[in-house]
Design a protein around this ligand. Structure first.
Ligand code: HGY
Ligand code: MN
Ligand code: MN
Length: 400
C-alpha cells in the first residue's frame, strides 16, 4: 500500500475550496480570476510533490513525474459550474497530488473546461487527445455570455502557449476519482463505486423566432409568441421522449431565454439550451431523430419558426476492464462488500482519454446525491477511503 498522507490530502482539498468560495461551495468558472488562481495554486502543489508543472494553451495544467516510467495519468478538472460544489473535479486532481506525494510515478492533470463554460465541449481533454482543431477554438463562445474563446484565452494570458498532447505510450492508463453526483451509492450503503460506462452529452440550441409586439393590443389570434411556441415544443419533447429513450437516458432544458423579456411585450425570440444523455449511440441517435421530428412538427403547427442547432456531441465510453479489475480488487481489500459497479450519468474527461488509452473511474458517494450545487458534499472518511482504493489500484497497475 502506498504511504498516503490523508491529512495533506484533506488539507489540499480544503485549501482549494477556499479559492472562489461561494457559501459552502465554490464559484470558479473557466478562466475567471479565481480559476486562474486555482491553476497557479495547483502548479505550486505539483512542484512541492516533485512533479514538473506546466499550463497549456487552453489552460490544462499537468504535472509530469520526472522518472522513466511506466506512469499512470491521474486527474480530472478544477474549474466548477457556477456557484457549485467544492468536490466535482477537484477531488480527482487533489487525489492525484496525494498519489504523487506518496511516491507513485503518476502524472497529474487538470483538464480545462470540463464543465463546458465554453460551447466547444470538453475543451481541455479533447485538445489533449488531438480532437480539437484551431478552427474549433476560433468558433468557441462562452455558453453564458457569448465571449469568444480566443478573447478569453488572451485575457487569461494563455494565448500562444502550446497545447498539451498526451502520449499514450507514456502511460499504463488514466484513473479519475470523482464524486458520484447521484444517490445510488448512498442508497445502497456502498462507499465506493466502480464505473462501467460514461454517458455522452448531446447538447442543442433551439432558436424560435416570432414577432415582438404589444401584450394587450395584439389579439391572441394574431400574435406570434416565441415564448409559447418554446413551451409547447418542450412539452411535446417531454411527451415523446419516454417512448424513444433508453433505461438511464436523461434530457434537460438548462435555459430558456425570452427576448426582450419584458412583462408587457410578446417575446419575439426564444433561445433554448437543451441536452440529452445516454451510454448507447443508437439511443442518442433515436432521440435526435425524435427531436428533429418534433421541431418539424412545431414548424408545421406554430406561427413561429424553430431552428435546431447541434452545439456538441460527446462520445460515450466504456471503462477499461483491466483497470476496473484493479479498482475492484483494491475496493474489496479495503472495504469488503462496500462497493459496487455502476454507470456514470455525468460526463467526464475520462470518456475522452478513453479514446487514446485505457481509462477508468472510481466514485465516492455524494450526500443526498446533490451536485452542481453549492451544497454538494461527501463525508471525509469516504473521500479518504476512495483515495486509498485509488492508490492501491494504481500501485497494482504500475506493478503490472
Ligand atoms: O454535466 C456533466 O455531466 C459534467 O459534470 N460536466
Ligand atoms: Mn466533474
Ligand atoms: Mn460537473
Amino acid at each position: 500500500m502506498p504511504a498516503i498522507d490523508a491529512a495533506a490530502f484533506l488539507r489540499d482539498l480544503h485549501a482549494l475550496r477556499g479559492i472562489g468560495r461561494f457559501r459552502t461551495g465554490v464559484h470558479r468558472p473557466t478562466y475567471s480570476p479565481q480559476d486562474m488562481e486555482s491553476r497557479r495554486w495547483l502548479m505550486d502543489r505539483m512542484a512541492e510533490c516533485g512533479l514538473d508543472p506546466s499550463i497549456d494553451g487552453v489552460g490544462t495544467v499537468i504535472g509530469r513525474h520526472p522518472g522513466s516510467g511506466p506512469h499512470l495519468l491521474v486527474g480530472s478538472h478544477i474549474e466548477t459550474q457556477n456557484e457549485a460544489g467544492w468536490l466535482d473535479g477537484a477531488l480527482g486532481v487533489v487525489a492525484g497530488l496525494a498519489l504523487a506525494r506518496a511516491g507513485l510515478p503518476v502524472d497529474v492533470v487538470a483538464f480545462a473546461d470540463e464543465e463546458g463554460h465554453f460551447d466547444v465541449g470538453f475543451l481541455g481533454s479533447r485538445s489533449a487527445i488531438g480532437d480539437l482543431a484551431e478552427a474549433d477554438i476560433d468558433a468557441g463562445r462562452n455558453s453564458h455570455d457569448g465571449t469568444p474563446l480566443r478573447d478569453a484565452l488572451a485575457a487569461a494570458g494563455l494565448a500562444g502557449l502550446p497545447r498539451l498532447r498526451l502520449d499514450p505510450a507514456r502511460y499504463r492508463g488514466f484513473l479519475e476519482l470523482h464524486i458520484e453526483q447521484g444517490t445510488r451509492l448512498e442508497g445502497a450503503g456502498h462507499a465506493v463505486g466502480i464505473v462501467t460506462g460514461i454517458v455522452a452529452i448531446w447538447q442543442w440550441r433551439i432558436v424560435i423566432e416570432g414577432q415582438q409586439d404589444h401584450a394587450g393590443g395584439t389579439t391572441m389570434a394574431e400574435r406570434r409568441d416565441a415564448g409559447l411556441a418554446a413551451v409547447r415544443l418542450l412539452a411535446a419533447i417531454d411527451r415523446e421522449f419516454p417512448r424513444l429513450c433508453g433505461e438511464a437516458s436523461t434530457w434537460t432544458t438548462g435555459r430558456i431565454a425570452l427576448e426582450p423579456g419584458a412583462p408587457s411585450i410578446i417575446p419575439g425570440r426564444a433561445e433554448i439550451l437543451f441536452q440529452f444523455r445516454d451510454v448507447a449511440v443508437p439511443v442518442l441517435e433515436r432521440m435526435e431523430a425524435g427531436l428533429r421530428a418534433l421541431v418539424r412538427e412545431s414548424n408545421r403547427r406554430e406561427r413561429c419558426t424553430a431552428r435546431l442547432e447541434a452545439v456538441s456531441r460527446a462520445t460515450p465510453a466504456l471503462c477499461d476492464p483491466g483497470l476496473m479489475r484493479a479498482l475492484s480488487t483494491a475496493a474489496e481489500a479495503i472495504c469488503p462488500g462496500g462497493w459496487q459497479t455502476l454507470p456514470s450519468g455525468a460526463g467526464h474527461d475520462a470518456q475522452n482519454v478513453a479514446r487514446i488509452m485505457p481509462a477508468a473511474m472510481l466514485f465516492v458517494p455524494s450526500i443526498g446525491g446533490v451536485s452542481h450545487h453549492w451544497a454538494e458534499d461527501t463525508r471525509e472518511e469516504d473521500l479518504v477511503q476512495g483515495l486509498r482504493v485509488l492508490g492501491r489500484a494504481a500501485e497494482q497497475v504500475l506493478a503490472g
